[in-house]
Design a protein around this ligand. Structure first.
Ligand SMILES: Nc1ncnc2c1ncn2[C@@H]1O[C@H](COP(=O)(O)OP(=O)(O)OP(=O)(O)O)[C@@H](O)[C@H]1O
Ligand SMILES: [Zn+2]
Length: 489
């Protein structure tokens, strides 16, 4: 009997027992980044949280029984603007390709350092892929198909070369949910939000764009619905299309779900809490109306914000640190550890103090276990995670293993959780290199200090002590006559 998971579901606003549609293929979709700039550490939160969920699902249901889709949004007006700004000399389409390719590569390098599983770590040749990272530009056909279905069902209309989703038409379709029910917004709230985005081609201010015409400077594809002008998709339709392609259509013939009403539904959809409205409300509206279902996914999970001084870290506020910059000062594992000290639904205040504490714990565990060979999860660790990814409890269980002296078991759990990516020596050396301390120079200064003291040259020995202190090096003279040192933060 598999461990039973309980997950907090934004759809029901409660922590419910998780029941997969098909336990032989648990399906998870997470909204990925829009690739035009370095990702900040707030963006890393959903990546790390859902990586942990993926690992847990693989543990509980089996490594061949979980499919994870995390998309890359490579068509978006923010990308176009960045391409025009940074590469004015290039043809625009080429500039866009350069921006997305560069950002994507950077994103992969950043998150790999955070210890998250990558498609190449889990996919096996000759087997269906378990981790898919689809790009929006490769799914324009599916977007057009969904748009055509929405028009055919009366849930979308064409106006001035745009295709718009009609919120009021959705209200007249049987079976599908009410628009706004997911994010629990009243009509008044929906309307006041929508007024910001008034446009002459909308029948109703709440209607949102599925497809829009492209100008000469925009990327463009053949439009759906007989629109002659080439165009490009809106953001929300991208996720509906990619989730359907890789989690529904890909398994249509293999899926063994008891209830035919669940054929178009997948298990878990995740993202940051800011995506609940409008992005996820709109994804649900599109997918449910196109496929005539009551749900798009059974469980909706949202991580809380990573904050700086009480405010959401975000690109638009400018109060962000990029993963790339933080990795210059901290090993990726420290960032991962620090992220998991807080339960994923709570806000995290990101502080240097938190990072220092995380680093000290990892220092200790590297020292204790070195490099663990085996990787497995202990029952108590699984139990903690099975309770809506209770990572503070998970860390308490790891500390308990440390306390009991169960070092091998501790190491195996750390490995299975995406830690201990390097050996203890490499860890120490890298830490010192990151602090720009040259161990050879420190050793030489310690020898010189010893000699100065032996010849009672106190001013010289004091000078060397101060020089070491300025390098953040703490020297300890041991009772047995040896001298050891470490770098303090
Ligand atoms: N501070 C944050 N804490 C946790 N998750 C976040 C934070 N900021 C963004 N995310 C999540 O990161 C992912 C990518 O978000 P996005 O590219 O919109 O970044 P952003 O910083 O919110 O951008 P902007 O400031 O322009 O709104 C989404 O899943 C989003 O929910
Ligand atoms: Zn999405």
């Amino acid at each position: 009997m598999a461990t039973s998971l309980r997950l907090y579901n934004t759809l029901t606003r409660s922590k419910d027992a998780f029941v997969p549609i098909d336990p032989l293929n648990v399906r998870l979709y997470v909204c990925g980044p829009t690739v035009y700039d370095y990702a900040h550490i707030g963006n890393a939160r959903p990546i790390i949280v859902f990586d942990l969920l993926f690992r847990l699902l693989r543990h509980v249901y089996g490594t061949k029984a979980v499919t994870y889709v995390r998309n890359i949004t490579d068509v978006d007006d923010k990308i176009n603007a960045r391409a025009a700004r940074d590469y004015p000399e290039l043809p625009h389409n080429e500039a866009i390709r350069v921006v997305t390719a560069k950002t994507e590569e950077q994103f992969h390098a950043d998150i790999r350092a955070l210890g998250v599983l990558m498609p190449e770590d889990v996919n096996e040749e000759g087997q269906p892929p378990r981790f898919v990272e689809p790009r929006a530009t490769e799914h324009i056909d599916e977007m057009r198909m969904i748009i055509e279905r929405l028009i055919a069902r009366g849930a979308a209309y064409v106006a001035e070369d745009h295709v718009l989703f009609s919120v009021s038409a959705m209200g007249r379709l049987p079976n599908v949910p009410q628009y706004g029910a997911f994010s629990k917004r009243s009509l008044d709230e929906l309307l006041s939000g929508a007024r910001v985005d008034v446009a002459p081609y909308k029948r109703d201010p709440m209607d949102f764009v599925l497809w829009k015409p492209s100008g000469p400077q925009d990327p463009a594809w053949a439009s759906p619905a007989g629109i002659a002008t080439p165009g490009r998709p809106g953001w929300h339709i991208e996720c509906s299309a990619m989730a359907w392609r890789h989690l529904v259509q890909a398994f249509e013939t293999r899926l063994t779900c008891a209830d035919p009403a669940e054929r178009e539904v997948f298990d878990i959809h995740g993202g940051g809490i800011d995506l609940v409205f409008p992005h996820h409300e709109n994804e649900i509206a599109q997918s449910c109306c196109a496929f005539d279902t009551t749900r798009m996914a059974n469980v909706w999970m949202h991580n809380g914000f990573l904050q700086v001084e009480g405010e959401k870290m975000s690109k638009s506020l400018g109060n962000f640190f990029t993963i790339h910059d933080l990795l210059q000062d901290w090993p990726g594992e420290v960032l991962r550890f620090n992220m998991l000290r807080t339960h994923y639904r709570q806000p995290i205040d990101w502080t240097v103090k938190g990072l220092e504490e995380s680093e000290r714990t990892l220092d200790r565990w590297y020292e204790l276990v070195g490099r663990a060979e085996a990787a497995f999860l202990s029952d108590l660790v699984v139990e903690a995670l099975a309770d809506d990814l209770n990572t503070p409890k998970m860390l308490a269980e790891l500390h308990a293993l440390d306390g009991r002296g169960a070092h091998e078991e501790l190491g195996a759990n750390l490995r299975a959780l995406g830690f201990l990516l390097e050996g203890a020596d490499a860890w120490k050396a890298r830490r010192q290199a990151a602090l720009s301390v040259d161990p050879a120079q420190v050793e030489a200064l310690i020898v010189a200090r010893k000699e100065a003291r032996a010849s009672k040259n106190w001013p010289e020995s004091d000078r060397i002590r101060d020089q070491l202190a300025a390098m953040n090096v703490v020297v300890k003279d041991n009772k047995d006559g040896t001298t050891t040192w470490e770098v303090a933060r």
